[in-house]
Design a binder for this molecule. Sequence first.
Ligand code: NAI
Length: 321
Amino acid sequence: MPRILFADNDFPDIAIEREICERAGVELVVAQCRTEDDVIRAADGACGILLQYAPIGRKVASSLPGLGIVSRIGAGFDTVDTAACAEHGIWVANSPDYGVGEVATHALAMALALVRNIVAWNRDVAEGRWHYTSAGPVRRASNLTLGIVGLGRIGKRMAHVSRNVFRHVVACDPYIIDGDFPAYVERATLEDLFARSDVVSLHVPLNDETRRMIGARQFAAMQPGSYLVNTARGAVVDVDAAADARDRGTLAGLALDVLPVEPVPAQSRLLHHPRAILTPHSAFYSVESEKELRRKAATNLVTWIRTGRPDYVVTAGTRRP
Ligand code: NAI
């Protein structure tokens, strides 16, 4: 019977994964791996690994000759060294399209919460202040420009759901052609986008090029009183530079669903600040999207066992079931 390691998860139960494996005649071994050594130990005899956040680096790829595939429960795959996996013939799969609407609406909700002062007003009311100016001035959203960095699946949906809220939508994505820009989205360079946008929303994957791509230089180009929303990956932003920009007033507020270190460290400058909205990496979440995400990620493994190829390929491998 083929064996799959469920390397880590923070789900209340794993009935979805168990059912998919049982139906396919696959043994599911469950662990909570935090390090590559944990993964190597737990993956003994496994031909596939299903994972949430467990690290799959070069050490894992080179230590497990029987490993044919890793499937990430999520769209991002920055915890997986795809180059090392490819070198060893290991397939990398993910679940890219389960929560596009959830992340885009979460980003828009965050943008509007900032622009409309929702969180600051809510706190003021709770503390006994009841006045429409208590949280500072509010600008008319339909006069503002939204800038989207990364116009892929989620970025495009963000543009779509935001187009009637803001006056202009501009986007920076050097990897897609003009024809893939919707007619209502204007192309901009990163510098231009930061200079023009009142609200910037990030939707790039985390990789060597995008790590800390948003920092002091971009914030210096922004107009005072702008907003930043990040639902992509925490390490895309230099959060210290973002906190400095907020203290200077360049950023009137920022909303982050993702942080370089998760959960948020207790000493973070971003905690408890009335102009910083934090959510716990939950942009992907709805009851429906969570089920779809988990079903698709687990099905990648049983499809590979059946056919030699997963449903959603990040990087192709050569190893056979
Ligand atoms: P995608 O691959 O469809 O789109 C990413 C876009 O970014 C692509 O069009 C690509 O050309 C562009 N891009 C890459 N490098 C760039 C750069 N240097 N400058 C500008 N654009 C660049 O990915 P999708 O599905 O839209 O997801 C984006 C990211 O959102 C994921 O990689 C993941 O990290 C994050 N995510 C976060 C979730 C959450 O719960 N907070 C849930 C799902 C995804």
